[in-house]
Design a protein around this ligand. Structure first.
Ligand code: SF4
Length: 496
């Protein structure tokens, strides 16, 4: 996503793993391509392959900065370099500073006394600094600024007799959010923290087993979604006798799972064609839009007038459809229009914008269809407002098309707190809800719209499934962090 055109929070990472096919690297490549929205700064794949000359397994790695298509563009990387029947991959987004450090590109791999091990991580560890300081005092040398690296050190230092117990031992010591794929010489391992903040699913294609951050990673390779890795679960995928793709499930610890699924995955981060936490993102996102229409309809002054509802492509498409559907169901005449057109060809730009462009940066990415907005009562539906700068510029852009009124509706509550579990948010003082002291009327004035409506926290939670005892994290809206956080966490340590 271009930094010029969006101030949305960014997802830090996607993970993907394949066990049991010589096409493991190619499948991982396609999976990472489908998960590109979860990280666009760098990508990496590690494979495990039997080296007959050495008489043992050997890991092969390829990683670089850039989009998936660019990182693996050399013709022979996926077939000749990344050989082997097990693979793990990672797409990364990170904050500035850390993003320049090549060592921070995952997966990380090491060779230690019990063999090779590689790891890819989505989430943030909340006791990272504490563990890192202890390890450094005891002489551990770190190669990265990433919290993920401490897991490798904890595994290597564990006194447990085998790799699986070493991994469990390490994961019992870390807190916070982790959805992990780990590769040993002969196994693929998937693990999820006890709250299950980030999604992680298991799929199958023939005898091959696949692990992915979102199920869109299965669709692209025609794999079938089997189930989620449960909160607090460690799944070992290996071969037993002639049977490939054997699944063994273990608990990471005796602690009972306490689900706190990230509600923002449903609101914005995940793709609408994915199933996460066992449910369709499209369905939940549509419900968020419906509940928003129910609680915050836009009623034109002229009761006979049909309001024009527009989405902010692509992230609010589904919620906008739900909004229009519910408006009409509730007897308020509304029409969905494609009033904002997004250019898909604006990539990262390093050209300093001139004064005109700085004043309305969204113009580089969006334009309006003036005919559908002119002289109409227009409702812009967006999934969230973070700093508010992009929303304000979008409003200005829409106003240039000459609408009668402009209203703004948001399918989530005001964002007031940063995420500590794997998403990159601005600092609290940069959030428009805080700058306006939590006053929605002040935010309305800042945006320059006729009315502004947010979804309440209750309505947001009511839009998400609860039938299997799901619990959700809402910390960025409520400040209630379900897992304690370190006070002095630095931004450049938010890596995974
Ligand atoms: S703080 Fe917000 S973005 Fe972070 S895990 Fe909780 S709900 Fe998700």
């Amino acid at each position: 996503m271009s930094p010029l055109a969006s101030d949305k929070p960014r997802c830090h990472c996607a993970v993907f793993g394949v066990f049991g096919t010589p096409a493991a690297a190619q499948m991982t490549y396609f999976g990472l391509l489908a998960l590109q929205h979860r990280g666009q700064e760098a990508s990496g794949i590690v494979t495990s392959d039997y080296d007959a000359a050495l008489g043992r397994q050997r890991f092969h790695i390829h990683k670089d900065f850039g989009l998936v298509n660019d990182v693996y563009k050399e013709g022979d990387v996926l077939t000749d370099v990344l050989r082997g029947s097990i693979a793990i991959g990672h797409n990364r987004y990170s904050t500035s500073g850390a993003s320049e450090n090549r060592h921070n590109i995952q997966p990380f791999m090491v060779h230690y006394r019990d063999g090779n091990i590689a790891i890819a991580h989505n989430g943030n560890l909340t006791n990272f600094r504490e563990i890192r300081s202890t390890l450094e005092r005891e002489g551990t040398i770190f190669q990265t600024t990433s919290d993920t690296e401490i897991i490798l050190h904890l595994i290597a230092r564990s006194k447990e007799p085998n790799q699986i117990d070493q991994i469990r031992d390490a994961l019992r010591q870390v807190r916070g959010a982790f959805s992990l794929v780990i590769m040993t010489d002969s196994q693929l391992i998937a693990a999820r923290d006890n709250s299950g903040f980030r999604p992680l699913s298991i799929g199958r294609k023939g005898e091959a087993v696949i692990v992915a951050s979102e199920t869109v990673g299965f669709d692209i390779i025609d794999a079938e979604y089997v189930r989620d890795v449960q909160p607090g679960e460690l799944v070992i995928i290996d071969s037993e006798g002639a049977k490939s793709g054997q699944l063994t499930s273990l608990r990471i610890s005796d602690e009972p799972p306490r689900p706190h699924f990230c509600i923002f995955e449903y609101i914005y981060f995940s793709r609408p064609d994915s199933q996460i936490f066992g449910h369709s993102v499209d369905k939940v996102r549509r419900k968020l839009g419906k509940n928003l229409a129910h609680s915050s309809p836009v009623l034109p002054k002229d009761p006979g007038e049909k309001v024009v509802v527009i989405n902010v492509p692509d992230s609010s498409n589904t919620a906008t459809m739900g909004y229009v559907q519910q408006m009409n169901k509730d007897g308020h005449s509304a029409k969905l229009e494609i009033g904002l057109i997004r250019s898909h060809y604006v990539g990262r730009t390093f050209i300093q914008p001139n004064q005109d462009v700085r004043q309305n940066k969204v113009k580089t990415k969006f334009n309006t269809v003036k005919g559908v907005l002119k002289d109409r009562v227009v409702v812009i539906v967006d999934d969230s407002i973070v700093r508010g700068t992009t929303s304000k510029q979008l409003v200005q852009l829409v106003k240039l098309a000459g609408p009668k009124e402009v209203h703004f509706r948001v399918s989530s509550p005001p964002i007031t707190h940063p995420c500590q579990y794997g998403m990159d948010f601005p600092t609290p003082k940069e959030l428009v809800a805080n700058q306006c002291g939590g006053d929605v009327e002040a935010i309305r004035r800042y945006l320059g719209v006729d009315s502004l409506g947010y979804l309440s926290e209750e309505a947001m939670l009511a839009s998400a499934p609860h039938e299997n005892g799901e619990g959700y994290c809402t910390a960025c809206f409520s400040g209630r962090y379900p897992v304690p956080i370190e006070e002095t966490r630095g931004k450049d340590e938010n890596e995974a």
